[in-house]
Design a protein around this ligand. Structure first.
Ligand code: SF4
Length: 248
């Protein structure tokens, strides 16, 4: 399995600019929304699903940051990668006040959350819960008993999002738009496949692999989760994070 290198990303960030512009146009087709939640940000517990071009958009954002801010964000992604699903975490872009630190570049999944019909949204949430149970079983096979309430935690699908404007936005319209977002990846099929198959489209896993290489990233994760769960210790986690170097 071919992986994605820092060079691949550097090369593609500029090349993908027209695709990212198209992506932003597609985002612009979505209606405006208003969040009525009394706990804004509670739906940002995890990293959103994203396409390869959306991941490149995030790398472009990171690349443009100053060194201090970039390092801080890279560490937040590594922290997410290393501790999830043993610790309750949240998207590295979630700010303390519940706002999104990458609002203009948040993926389609974030933008459409709360817009899908409740029956479809609930179905997706149930599938995600089942996936998390499978994850608990997988870690059990490695001899690690994850805290089940943390590892399988998933809020109920949001019913408090107000879609502004009179035009109803149906699931089929959302699906149509989403498929156009996916189609942008067709311009870079090789990297799309690598992102999906090598990293399960998980931005934090790709970031960890860029920092440590894929094997060491997984070994680090295993050791950190084991310490957190079995010794309630984050000493190793802190050491690993302190030594991590920004890959680009
Ligand atoms: S990108 Fe923004 S909106 Fe999406 S999960 Fe992260 S903090 Fe929330």
């Amino acid at each position: 399995m071919l992986l994605i290198s820092a060079e691949d990303i550097q090369t593609q960030i500029d090349a993908a600019e027209p695709l990212i512009n198209k992506l932003q146009k597609l985002y612009g087709s979505l209606p405006k929304t208003r969040c009525q939640c009394e706990r804004p940000g509670q739906c940002c517990m995890f990293l959103p699903q994203m396409t390869w071009i959306e991941a490149l958009q995030w790398f472009g954002y990171l690349k443009a940051l100053g060194p201090g801010e970039k390092e801080n964000l890279v560490r937040r992604f590594l922290l997410f990668f290393l501790t999830n699903p043993a610790r309750q975490s949240h998207c590295p872009f979630l700010a303390d006040d519940g706002s999104c630190g990458i609002y203009e570049h948040r993926p389609f999944a974030c933008r459409a959350y709360g817009m899908w019909s409740h029956s479809y949204g609930r179905q997706q949430t149930d599938q995600s819960r089942e996936g998390k149970k499978a994850l608990v079983a997988m870690w059990r096979r490695y001899g690690i008993e994850l805290p089940e309430d943390v590892a399988t935690h998933e809020i109920d699908y949001c019913g408090k999002m107000i879609v502004c404007g009179k035009k109803a936005f149906t699931d089929s319209r959302l699906m149509e738009l989403l498929s156009k977002v996916y189609q942008l990846d067709d311009a870079q099929p090789d990297l799309q496949q690598r992102f999906e198959n090598g990293y399960q489209s998980d931005f934090s896993a790709l970031m960890a692999s860029l920092v440590w290489g894929p094997r060491k990233a997984n070994l680090n994760k295993y050791a950190v989760i084991k310490d957190l769960v079995q010794k309630n210790s984050d000493v190793r986690l802190k050491k690993i994070l302190a030594r991590a170097a920004v890959p680009f």
